[in-house]
Structures are given as C-alpha cells and as structure tokens.
Design a protein around this ligand. Structure first.
Ligand SMILES: NC(=O)C1=CN([C@@H]2O[C@H](COP(=O)(O)OP(=O)(O)OC[C@H]3O[C@@H](n4cnc5c(N)ncnc54)[C@H](OP(=O)(O)O)[C@@H]3O)[C@@H](O)[C@H]2O)C=CC1
Ligand SMILES: O=C(O)[C@@H]1CCC=N1
Length: 267
C-alpha cells in the first residue's frame, strides 16, 4: 500500500518537497494551502491530491508535514491534533520551532520529527537536518522519514541543539550563495560583459568549482591556493575581499540568522 504524505502549506518549501517527491510511485501526496492556485498547479504537475483543510489532511495521511510559517505552527498543530494518532507522524520544517512545543500544541497525539530543509530539494539536491529524538517514534517511521529525505538530497541526523546553527548555515544557505552569484554577475556586467552571458558563466563557475571540490579530496584552502598565482590577478582580488572583511561579514550573517532562528523558537 502507498504511504500517504500530506503537506500543510505548499509554498516555497512545501512546494519544493512535492516537486522533489512527485516521481515516487510508493507515495500518495496530499496537500492543503489557502492558495488554491499553487495546489491546482501541483495537482496538475505532480498528482497532488487537494484536501479541504488541515484536519482532513491529517485524518487521511500517515505522515503530516507542517510547512507553514513558524508563527502559524501553534494554531495549525492544535487544529490537527484531534485527527492525529500514534500510527501517524508529524514532521515540521518550520524554522526555530522546537519538537517539545510541537508535541505540546498537538496534544502529544503522535511522534514529532523536526526537519530543516533547504530549497535545492526541488531538484533532489537539498541538504537536510533531521531531529529523531522523540522516543515515541517507531524504527519504521524513523527509517521511512530518513529514506524520504535521502530521496530529496543529503541527510544529517542532528541533535536538536544543533538546529539553529544548521538553519542559519544550510537552511538559509542557498540565499547567501545566490547573493554571491548575483554580485558576481553584476560585477561582470559592470566590467562590460552581457548579462545573459555573464549569468551562464557564473552558474558554470559555481557548478564547476563545487564539482571540483567534491572530486579533489584536498582542503578548500588548497583549492583556493591553486588559483592564486604569486603577484597575480587572484591575489589582487582576494586582497580586496579581505580589506572589506567579507569573511567576517559571512560569519556575522550566519550568527544573525542563528539568532533569528532562536528568536522564532521563542528563546
Ligand atoms: N523557504 C525556505 O527556503 C525554507 C523554509 N523553511 C520553513 O518552511 C516553512 C514555510 O516557508 P515557505 O515555504 O518559505 O513559506 P511560504 O509562505 O512560501 O509558504 C507557506 C504557505 O503556507 C500557506 N498557509 C498559510 N496559512 C496556512 C494554513 N493555515 N494551512 C496551510 N497552509 C497555510 C501560505 O499561504 P498564504 O501565502 O496564502 O498565506 C503559503 O502558501 C516555514 O516555517 C519556514 O521556516 C525551512 C527551510 C527553508
Ligand atoms: O528564512 C527563513 O526563515 C527560512 C528558514 C530557512 C530558510 N528560509
């Protein structure tokens, strides 16, 4: 029998998960979102079954993914609590929201798993943190959930205390990468390259560099040194980045994101 997986909220993250899982023949995907247009599109493109509300979705599904904004988590978890039971599992992707709070809001009706995803899940290249610390979670449920996210990318089982750090670095991470990409395209345009061509070049620069870092088993610093000829162009460019404390700015960005994650979780 197919496992029934329901997403409450099919925006950026819920929608990315639906699209990443649409190929799975062993899954029946259900969704609820007040935005009917995204539900209809995911119905057409991915076979998502529309549910009339969160409670109905929770009643009909084995695994219920909470993919609403963190501020809505208490109300939605409470709303579905009477549709949950021990055979089901609540999976939350909400930034900052802790498993203990989710269990409390949902009246401890079923096991709770906290996941921090990132958007490349859309193309099967997400990076996920899974918190599997709920001792009411069965080995079958834990195995199913790990398999589910492995299908969407790379999985790291982490203690909940590491979630703010992971959220700040990896959950938010794609935005930092795109920010850097955008800056490089703009720099190319500033130097006279066409925007479309500069974009194509920068995308391949990132893809090629990441691929090389995966393939060559050496340290990232060593890869950087391979590019940097003494007295050459790269050292001039890196010097300018150092002068503007770009590394310190990246560190600060991740610290600020972690602070916000703690704040969203009420800490
Ligand atoms: N985007 C990302 O990269 C990541 C997001 N997350 C987490 O995922 C969660 C969702 O974020 P994201 O997808 O970006 O947000 P979006 O706003 O794109 O999606 C949330 C969706 O939930 C809908 N919604 C609002 N109220 C309800 C409700 N009562 N029941 C069901 N759906 C509802 C919203 O509809 P409407 O717009 O009409 O209100 C919207 O379509 C957040 O908790 C976030 O922390 C985690 C990691 C990465
Ligand atoms: O910006 C956010 O709050 C969410 C969580 C991680 C990525 N996006």
């Amino acid at each position: 029998m197919k496992a029934r997986l329901g997403l409450i909220g099919t925006g950026n993250m819920g929608g990315a998960m639906v699209q990443g899982l649409a190929h799975r023949q062993d899954l029946e995907l259900h969704g609820y979102d007040p935005d009917k247009s995204c539900l209809e599109r995911l119905g057409r493109e991915c076979g998502l079954k529309q549910q009339p509300g969160p409670a109905e979705l929770a009643r009909d599904c084995d695994y219920v993914v909470l993919a609403v904004k963190p501020g809505l988590a208490p109300a939605v978890a409470a709303e579905i609590s009477s549709s949950l039971d021990r055979s089901k599992c609540l999976i939350s992707v909400a930034a900052g929201v802790k498993t203990g709070d989710l269990a409390f809001w949902s009246n401890k009706a079923c096991p709770v798993v906290r996941v921090m995803p990132n958007t490349p899940a859309l193309v099967g290249r997400g990076v996920f943190a899974l918190c599997l610390e709920d001792d009411t979670l069965s080995p079958e449920q834990a195995g199913f959930i790990q398999g589910l996210f492995q299908d969407l990318g790379q999985v790291h089982v982490l203690p909940e205390k590491s979630f703010d750090a992971f959220t700040a670095l990896i959950g938010s991470g794609p935005a930092y990468v795109y920010y850097f990409m955008e800056s490089m395209v703009d720099a190319g345009v500033y130097m006279g390259l066409g925007r479309a061509q500069a974009t194509e070049m920068v995308l391949e620069l990132f893809a090629g560099s990441a691929h090389m870092a995966h393939k060559e088993k050496c340290h990232i610093t060593q890869l950087k040194e391979m590019v940097t000829s003494p007295g050459g162009t790269t050292t001039a460019g890196l010097g300018a980045l150092e002068k503007r404390a770009v590394k310190a700015a990246v560190l600060k960005a991740v610290q600020e994101a972690a602070r916000r994650s703690r704040e969203l979780g009420g800490k």
